[in-house]
Design a binder for this molecule. Sequence first.
Ligand SMILES: NC(=O)c1ccc[n+]([C@@H]2O[C@H](COP(=O)([O-])OP(=O)(O)OC[C@H]3O[C@@H](n4cnc5c(N)ncnc54)[C@H](O)[C@@H]3O)[C@@H](O)[C@H]2O)c1
Ligand SMILES: [Zn+2]
Length: 356
Amino acid sequence: MSFLPPGAYTPATDHWGSFAKLSARLPEGSVAVVDRTVTRFHPGLLPALEARRPRALVQLTGGERAKTFASLEKVLAGGLSLPRSGTLIAVGGGTLGDVATVAAHLLKRGVRLVQVPTTLLAAVDSSLGGKGAVDLTLRGRVVKNPAGVFHYAQEAWICPELFSSLSESQRREGAIEAWKMVVCLDGPLFRRYLRQAPTLARMVKDARRLKESICAQDPYEQTGLRGVLNFGHTFGHVLEGMSRFKLSHGDAVGLGMLCALDVGRALGVTPEPVAEQVEEALRRGAGVLGRERTAALLKRAPLEDVVQLLAADKKAGKAGELRMVLLTAMGAFRIQEVSEATWRNLWPAWKRGLRP
Ligand SMILES: NC(=O)c1ccc[n+]([C@@H]2O[C@H](COP(=O)([O-])OP(=O)(O)OC[C@H]3O[C@@H](n4cnc5c(N)ncnc54)[C@H](O)[C@@H]3O)[C@@H](O)[C@H]2O)c1
Ligand SMILES: [Zn+2]
């Protein structure tokens, strides 16, 4: 007899296969949340879901604008008659997954959640680890993820055919987040990746295993360990903001990782050969953009705006010091305070697109 509520941490259970085949796992009378865009690319999706006689099928259009209270309300309305033992299934990218996770947590104080990630980013990152959130708009400004929950999915279905409709930039985004985990957490695997580029399926499997191992040790983000998943995100968020979100999150994180390597080298934490090899691998293997993109973005950026962005990111301390993930070796990391002076010293080189 288990006394764990639905959504409590349990190790991830992944099922691989086509959606048509895996859909037989869905109990009848479930509630489905589906990305409308995905159903257009994959016409077999809705009939397969409908065959399971869901009590509600809520379609939302994926994208950051889906992460509103209005979407959440739609999903909750669809789930009104769902019993606590019922299942909510989310078929979509990170935005739909995030909304569905919150809904699963709230409905009947917690129902079963099944995640079917349809973007690579969702497959390697957001559909695993229990987090879900919606955004708030305050005085016309979107605040990301202020209202969130932990609610672990009971299972995830990885359906590789669904990734066929992703754009090159969407694939790169997922690959960058996957490489991030390998670089920080698994040296031998990183060296294997260097010798031979992984297939997409291999990369998803490896990234999910690595993220799962971190979540198993810190399921509710209490020990600080999950912080490693933020490698590259400190300056990544700055660059994402500077581009007014024209740069994808993944591309921004990729450039942010290069910044983190520079900071690590400057502090003597990241050995020079490690930084060099990782930069090379990120450029070639994961498709991280060139430093000239960082330069182009920073050209227009007054330093004061950057300081503000970093402070808003809640990673900065009182004296402007940052808590950053730095590599200590291949597959090993340390989370460390970085003074404002340290990164300001690197700024002029970043602004010229050079390796400091
Ligand atoms: N919960 C977490 O731990 C976590 C972690 C990382 C990111 N996130 C969140 O994830 C979100 C980003 O995720 P995302 O990049 O998947 O975004 P998304 O859900 O907006 O998907 C991106 C775009 O791709 C479309 N799409 C989805 N699947 C597709 C497919 N198979 N073929 C073609 N198009 C498809 C969507 O309709 C959307 O337009 C952000 O809101 C972020 O905050 C959450
Ligand atoms: Zn990220």
